[in-house]
Unconditional design. Structure first.
Length: 511
């Protein structure tokens, strides 16, 4: 898929560069192309040549966390959110606080009146290390070491791909909308960036830091590979639809507790997905409703157990297919550079709105998510994102249907056009899907018990120039109940600390 996407993008670039400049469509409300270095430094002009635009951002700061971990160069989300393994207060370099650092190239070239070729290719780079953003690598570098020795291990939709944000191309019509194909942000991600008061800022937004909402149940699904996306606007109303084709390997599955590589059944991937978005604007009010369905969604919560790791009470040594310890020798594939995934079928409905009452903007949103064990199981050796494979797979993690509620609200106040003060609040709740339903302090909590996660944030962002801004703020988050259990197996092992306080100061340069 990556080779096909790159070839398609190269073709689009060639077509764009050969089109006559007289044919280039003028895009309203877009910055003009930069005419000089001085203009680039003092205005928001675009680095555009023959309709092709280079863009990017560099965002870095200094932070402190009350319960954190050592950093690693692959972690692109920073350390603001409460972490299951965090245990120690520390100062650290804070990457990508308001925006993911990265580079991109995009274009829109008219090839006949009202019709244009469009393309975009962008990737995230970690400013503290220069490495590509890679959530999967944060887990694999912690495989086989004790929990007390972990650095940050996260899950996310960027896994070290050359274009870990988006890479797509397509056709746009002034009357019939835009149709694109490739790796693209999910409709839920588009809505999150529009209706989150913090704009998806990793340092100050739970729904930006953790893509559960944007991905319709799992953060890896905030971006979809091999996806067709269609958008059209008619007056004040807009509509979007998206479909992801099944791709990758589904591994080898057997219902037997004593399966081997010789008698398990090779599976076919059923990880297709689809979604719809309907929204509109009336005066200073806008709203959207988004539906998403994703089959065989994968969640990676922890690094693999290894020979130095704690015993079974700290992390499961089995998956739902292979009841042998995950050591590599008894598995279909070796565990080197692999991940352990929980698989579900997810469905989600989200409603979000925004209202502008100058100089204040108000935001609110709500999402309801249904998660069930997959109709079609994945097997050991199934592919995850970014070329990674799963040496451990769970297809029966849920005792019963898991129901997740996420809501958020906030406001942004603009002072004299250059300074924004943003206050946000986020909460995630899950039902008690444990069977039998024995969740209490005396009975002991597990990750299948009801629980909540809360985060509040406040930050100030001042624009010194059109391209450079500085920010300072604080986020505080905490978990309770089943969401305060670190390992998704019983008996429950709690977070090292159930809260985190994270003040941050830094700067951002965009072009």
């Amino acid at each position: 898929m990556l080779k096909a996407s790159v070839s398609f993008t190269v073709l689009v670039l060639w077509l764009s560069s050969t089109l006559s400049s007289a044919q280039a469509a003028k895009v309203d409300n877009k910055p003009d192309a930069c005419a000089s270095g001085h203009e680039f430094a003092t205005t928001d002009c675009a680095l555009t040549w023959h309709g092709i635009t280079l863009y990017g951002a560099y965002d870095i700061g200094i932070g402190w966390v009350s319960h954190g971990l050592p950093e690693n160069g692959y972690n692109y989300e920073g350390a603001s959110l409460v972490n299951r393994n965090g245990f120690q207060h520390r100062f650290l370099v804070a990457p990508n606080n308001l925006q993911q650092t990265g580079l991109g190239i995009k274009g829109k070239e008219e090839f006949r009146p009202g019709w244009s070729v469009v393309f975009n290719a962008s990737t995230g780079i970690n400013p503290q290390s220069g490495l590509l953003a890679n959530a999967s690598a944060t887990d694999t570098i912690n495989n086989g070491i004790p929990r007390s020795s972990y650095s940050y291990a996260i899950d996310g939709s960027r896994a070290g791909q050359p274009f870990n944000d988006e890479i797509y191309g397509g056709v746009s019509s002034a009357h019939f909308g835009t149709l694109t194909f490739g790796r693209q942000r999910a409709l839920g991600t588009d809505a999150m960036l529009l209706y989150d008061p913090a704009g998806g800022a990793y340092a100050f937004s739970y729904i930006g830091y953790n893509g559960t909402m944007a991905g319709g149940g799992d953060t890896e699904n905030a971006r979809w590979d091999d996806a067709v996306k269609y958008r059209i606007t008619y007056g004040p109303v807009h509509f979007g639809a998206m479909y992801k084709f099944a791709d990758g390997s589904a591994g080898c599955y057997s219902a037997s507790a004593t399966w081997t590589a010789a008698n398990c059944t090779p599976e076919h991937a059923h990880n297709n997905a689809y979604g719809f978005d309907l929204g509109g604007a009336y005066g200073k009010f806008s709203a959207d409703v988004v539906f998403q369905q994703y089959n065989q969604a994968i969640s990676v919560l922890n690094p693999l157990l290894g020979p130095q790791s704690p015993t079974q009470s700290y992390q499961s040594t089995t998956d739902s297919i292979d009841t042998n310890p995950i050591t590599g020798g008894v598995n279909l594939i070796e565990t080197n550079n692999t991940v352990y995934g929980i698989v579900t079928d997810n469905r989600a409905v989200m409603v979000a709105a925004k209202y502008t009452w100058d100089p204040v903007k108000f935001y609110a949103g709500y999402e309801y998510i249904w998660q069930n064990n997959p109709s079609n199981p994945l097997g050991v050796g199934a592919s995850d994102q970014g070329g990674y494979f799963m040496s451990g797979v769970e297809d029966t993690n849920l005792d019963s249907e898991k129901l997740v509620n996420i809501w958020w609200t906030g406001a942004k106040y603009t002072y004299r056009s250059k300074t924004d003060i943003t206050l946000s609040w986020y909460q995630q709740r899950q039902n008690d899907f444990r069977v039998p339903s024995t969740c209490s302090p005396s009975a002991g909590f597990r990750s299948s018990c009801a629980g909540t996660l809360n985060e509040g944030s406040l930050y100030l962002d001042h624009r010194f120039t059109k391209r450079f801004d500085g920010f300072v703020g604080i986020a505080y988050s905490w978990v309770s109940g089943g969401l305060a259990i670190a390992i998704p197996h019983g008996p429950g092992v709690p977070y090292n600390s159930n809260n985190n306080c994270a003040p941050t100061v830094g700067g951002r340069f965009t072009f």
